[in-house]
Design a protein around this ligand. Structure first.
Ligand code: ZN
Ligand code: ZN
Length: 156
């Protein structure tokens, strides 16, 4: 698979950004992707679409998906997923997504991308080889204040 913008080949396990223009049903789930672009980075996606803050055109509706930026409801909008590309040998299935966000308009996406604290601006950590090892259960230990750093943030 190649980046829609810079034609760099996106190999399995490397970061991928999937942008869709989609229709949503009343409960907020997408029903159809009208358009899908895959890029190697958020920068490439931004370059490809030239998101502009002033572009607030939105298909507002009473029910549907809710914008992760401005909380408007809409029945046609956009999703941006950030994650790891699936291997090219893998025909079925989907990329492994770390986060997927939904937006009402290009304007909200532009705002999101300008926001350094946005989950979409995170550095995608290297994907571990897909050997499925079971994690040892986390133990509660009142040991000396060693903090584990995690790059992944959980949204509540
Ligand atoms: Zn690219
Ligand atoms: Zn919005």
């Amino acid at each position: 698979m190649d980046c829609s913008m810079c034609d760099k080949s996106i190999r399995g396990g490397s970061p991928i950004v999937v942008f869709t223009a989609s229709l949503f049903q009343a409960d907020g789930r997408w029903t159809e992707h009208i358009d899908t672009d895959s890029t190697c980075s958020m920068d490439c996606l931004n370059e490809l679409n030239e998101f502009s803050v002033g572009d607030t055109e939105c298909s507002e509706s009473e029910e549907g998906a809710k914008c992760d930026r401005c909380d408007r409801m809409f029945d046609a909008g956009y999703t941006i997923g950030l994650g790891w590309a699936k291997p090219t040998s893998q025909k079925k299935g989907w990329h492994k997504m770390i986060t997927t966000k939904t937006y009402c308009s290009h304007g909200c996406i532009a705002q999101e991308l300008a926001d350094e604290t946005s989950a979409l601006n995170m550095d995608v950590p290297k994907k571990k080889p897909s050997t499925t090892k079971k994690k040892a259960p986390a133990r509660k230990s009142g040991s000396s204040g060693t903090k584990k750093k995690t790059t992944r943030r959980k949204t509540t």
